[in-house]
Design a binder for this molecule. Structure first.
Ligand SMILES: *[C@@H]1O[C@H](CO)[C@@H](O)[C@H](O)[C@H]1NC(C)=O
Ligand SMILES: *[C@@H]1O[C@H](CO)[C@@H](O)[C@H](O)[C@H]1NC(C)=O
Ligand SMILES: *[C@@H]1O[C@H](CO)[C@@H](O)[C@H](O)[C@H]1NC(C)=O
Ligand SMILES: *[C@@H]1O[C@H](CO)[C@@H](O)[C@H](O)[C@H]1NC(C)=O
Ligand SMILES: *[C@@H]1O[C@H](CO)[C@@H](O)[C@H](O)[C@H]1NC(C)=O
Ligand SMILES: *[C@@H]1O[C@H](CO)[C@@H](O)[C@H](O)[C@H]1NC(C)=O
Ligand SMILES: *[C@@H]1O[C@H](CO)[C@@H](O)[C@H](O)[C@H]1NC(C)=O
Length: 700
């Protein structure tokens, strides 16, 4: 609980030079979710950590490298088994970690953050790898500066580093006469080949087209907008490497390449200096276009050339060479150092480096996407309501149901909905004390049995062709929380409502709103160690930037405008006992005095003409009334909650009835019943009421 996770993660991305764009995790397991296909090296006697380390060191010596940095991610800010070098080498799984191997020491060092300290001890052979605690021990950079001898060489694979990180590290090392060298082949991959344990081939997955009725905007319109921006800025080429940006621009999604994520490994290069099919260049797989993708792009009026994924660097070097001197190439600041180097082949080519222009468009959803989000959340609401009822019934009946069982049941229920494409991240189902582990994910085998005494925190989401969902509900399994649990549950809820109902001016940056969600916890000296909200992609990444609701400012936050989608997810975690998180997805709406918003009628201004904005909840799952201390709610909060529950029942109820899911309907109806002020209030007021009656009688 020491640090706010978001800030912490931004900090990590700056200090470890990993390509961790700031989209990384609110609750980290729903960050561009990643499940390892690599067996962890358990401490059970089959460990060959030392052999792996020696193999890498032999490659370092052969290349005259004194130290090699192995970050977690790849050229697309995502992780895949093909690129899981840090994991293969050290055995440490998870989303964060950087290994530094020196050519001669018998141990190597692994930097990771506090989420993985315990996991490190479980997965890593500590006689071969030493844990370097991020935020406590010296950073990768400081360690290298302090320990590398003058004239030595530190190397990295430039596809695993951003230009910004490279520049900082290069300068720091140069000051101590150490050279930072980019070696275009990955030395861990070479070592893997050497010991006949080669990395698995890259999985390019299957491409599917996203029809116009779901995207709301044709690929050619999106491409033309980019080409116009390119012309306006006088650039000849734009290189896109972020997988969600490529998927969004072409209205294509990938299935099977990355777990829980519809991205596909590719690059997209747009050219304003060329004509026809050479203007749009997609680099994917072996360069063969599947028939239905040709057909899709034809329908979208896109002329393009498909090229092999591996040809990107040759193509970029050639392109830079072909462009007239003084031409400019536009790169997203998050693309790898390797892309920059390829363009710099010709020193007279200029580079324009900014936040990707696609990121700024993608985060503002069009009307069709917004309608899709709403429809996806209705389907998702049905699945989650069914799942929550199911688990409570099992527990009530004394069935030994586990965290993994509820996780699997939710998968099953979501899969029954139309246009469902699996989970948007690995479900966090934490019962009792596990609920307090913010990044918890139940183990496949041997997860905890859920008991009647447990608070159960379930954070899950789905991909549908019409939208991506992310919702957390926390429920007490026998509706009998302790007074302390009620107290914290209600305070988290008050914060969520405070943020959810707040009115703000157009262009407000996300971090300005963060404290609204914390206020009612802060009032009593409590807090939560993560951010409050992230953007969500439209059948894309469940965590999407560039605007988010965090404690600290994000450099590239463009300010909030109507059509953006955010999560609203404050929490409270009592370590060793229970965790609470309330998470709903909200859309940003423009407000005037007529709007359907609890504060609309009171508006007397519109922020000097900027426009007033608010949120509209699109997640549809009730909160557990039994966990709410109604005395702590204001009339406003109570009215908000009752209105919300009324809408949940009115929206989901008829669908459950239509499908003859009568038990689910009955459960939902009960859960959505109006919450009334408790009799306790009447009781407290009774002496006063008696006095009134008495005085009425006396005066009459
Ligand atoms: C060691 O652990 C791995 C991964 O859990 C497992 O596959 C293997 O069978 C285990 N070996 C022994 C000897 O227990
Ligand atoms: C860790 O690696 C060392 C060196 O190879 C080896 O002797 C030891 O058995 C390994 N430990 C475990 C627990 O596998
Ligand atoms: C780096 O090298 C230069 C020139 O050889 C030398 O003057 C300087 O003292 C060196 N600095 C360090 C920190 O070794
Ligand atoms: C396109 O073709 C692939 C197989 O190459 C298939 O899996 C996919 O479902 C097809 N359909 C669409 C709509 O993309
Ligand atoms: C590329 O891959 C596809 C699908 O696996 C295959 O049908 C095709 O023959 C391959 N083309 C080349 C040029 O290797
Ligand atoms: C799924 O789609 C079909 C065909 O469009 C439709 O008839 C059906 O009502 C939909 N089901 C749900 C649960 O929305
Ligand atoms: C703000 O209010 C003024 C005056 O009522 C109105 O003319 C203007 O259109 C409003 N602007 C926005 C963005 O709502």
């Amino acid at each position: 609980m020491a640090a706010v996770v978001w800030l912490f993660i931004v900090f990590i991305s700056l200090t470890t030079n990993v390509l961790t764009y700031t989209i990384q995790g609110l609750t980290d397991t729903d960050y561009i979710s990643y499940e390892s296909n690599i067996e962890p090296q358990r401490k059970n006697g089959t460990d060959n950590s030392a052999e792996r380390l020696t193999a890498v060191q032999n490659v370092l010596k052969a290349n005259r490298v004194d130290a090699y940095i192995v970050p977690s991610t790849n050229a697309h800010n995502t992780i895949s088994p093909t690129d899981a070098r840090r994991e293969w080498l050290s055995g440490l799984q998870g989303s964060s970690g950087t290994v530094v191997v020196t050519a001669t020491e018998s141990i190597a060092r692994v930097w990771t953050d506090s989420r993985y300290f315990t996991q490190f001890e479980q997965q890593v052979n500590t006689s071969v790898f030493t844990l370097m605690k991020q935020g406590i021990d010296p950073s990768v950079e400081s360690w290298l500066v302090d320990n590398m001898l003058p004239q030595s060489v530190v190397a990295v694979d430039p596809t695993t580093y951003t230009r910004a990180s490279w520049t900082v590290l290069e300068a720091a090392l140069k000051a101590v006469n150490v050279t930072l060298r980019a070696i275009p082949i990955n030395l861990v991959d070479v070592a893997r080949d050497d010991i006949e344990d080669p990395p698995p081939p890259r999985n390019f997955g299957t491409l599917i087209s996203m029809p116009f009725r779901f995207s709301g905007r044709r690929a050619n319109a999106k491409l033309e907008q980019l080409m116009t921006q390119m012309s306006d800025r006088g650039v000849s080429a734009l290189v896109l490497a972020a997988l969600d940006e490529i998927a969004y621009t072409l209205n294509i999604r990938g299935i099977g390449a990355i777990p829980n994520n519809p991205g596909f490994f590719s690059y997209l290069v747009l050219r304003t200096d060329l004509q026809g099919v050479n203007r749009v260049n997609l680099f994917w797989s072996n360069g063969t276009t599947p028939d239905n993708i040709s057909q899709h792009l034809e329908e979208e009026n896109v002329q393009f050339t498909m090229r092999a994924y591996d040809d990107i660097f040759t193509y970029l070097r050639q392109m830079s060479d072909d462009l007239p001197s003084g031409s400019t190439v536009w790169l997203s600041q998050d693309t790898s150092h390797a892309i920059y180097l390829a363009i710099e082949t010709k020193p007279t080519t200029n580079i324009l480096s900014t936040l990707s222009p696609v990121a700024l468009v993608k985060c503002v959803k069009n009307d069709v996407e917004l309608e899709g989000f709403r429809s996806a959340h209705i389907k998702d609401g049905i699945a989650v309501v069914r799942g929550l009822r199911w688990v409570e019934e099992q527990v009530a009946n004394g069935v030994a149901v586990t965290e993994m069982d509820i996780s699997n049941t939710l998968l099953e229920f979501r899969a029954q909905e139309n246009d469902s494409y699996g989970p948007s991240f690995s479900t966090i189902a934490g019962a009792g004390e596990n609920g307090a582990i913010i990044h918890y994910r139940p183990p496949e085998v041997g997860s905890r049995v859920i008991t009647k005494e447990d608070m159960l925190l379930v954070d899950s989401g789905g991909h549908y062709m019409d939208g991506t969902t992310d919702i957390t509900r926390t429920r007490h399994m026998s509706a009998s929380p302790t007074p302390e649990q009620k107290f914290t549950f209600t305070r988290v809820l008050k914060g969520q409502i405070a943020l959810g109902t707040t009115v703000f001016g157009r262009g407000t940056r996300g971090h300005t709103l963060d404290a609204f969600a914390r206020k009612h916890l802060w009032d009593v000296g409590l807090n939560y160690a993560h951010g409050t909200g992230h953007g969500i992609g439209h059948f894309l990444n469940v965590h999407e930037g560039p605007s988010m609701i965090l404690s600290g400012p994000l450099a590239d936050d463009p300010g909030i405008v109507p059509g953006m989608i955010f999560s609203n997810e404050p929490g409270y975690y009592e370590v060793g006992q229970y965790g609470i998180r309330h998470e709903d997805v909200v859309e940003v709406i423009a407000l005037d005095s007529q709007s359907d918003h609890m504060l609309a009628s009171g508006l007397v201004g519109n922020f000097s003409g900027a426009g007033a904005l608010g949120f509209h909840y699109i997640s549809l799952v009730p909160q557990q009334a039994a966990c709410i201390d109604v005395d702590l709610l204001t009339d406003f909060e109570l009215e908000f909650l009752n209105k919300y529950h009324k809408r949940v029942l009115a929206t989901l109820g008829p669908i459950l009835k239509d499908r003859h899911l009568d038990e689910d309907y009955d459960w939902l109806e009960k859960e959505c019943a109006p919450i009334l002020r408790s009799a306790a209030i009447l009781y407290k007021a009774s002496p006063f009421l008696l006095l009134c009656l008495f005085s009425l009688w006396f005066t009459s």
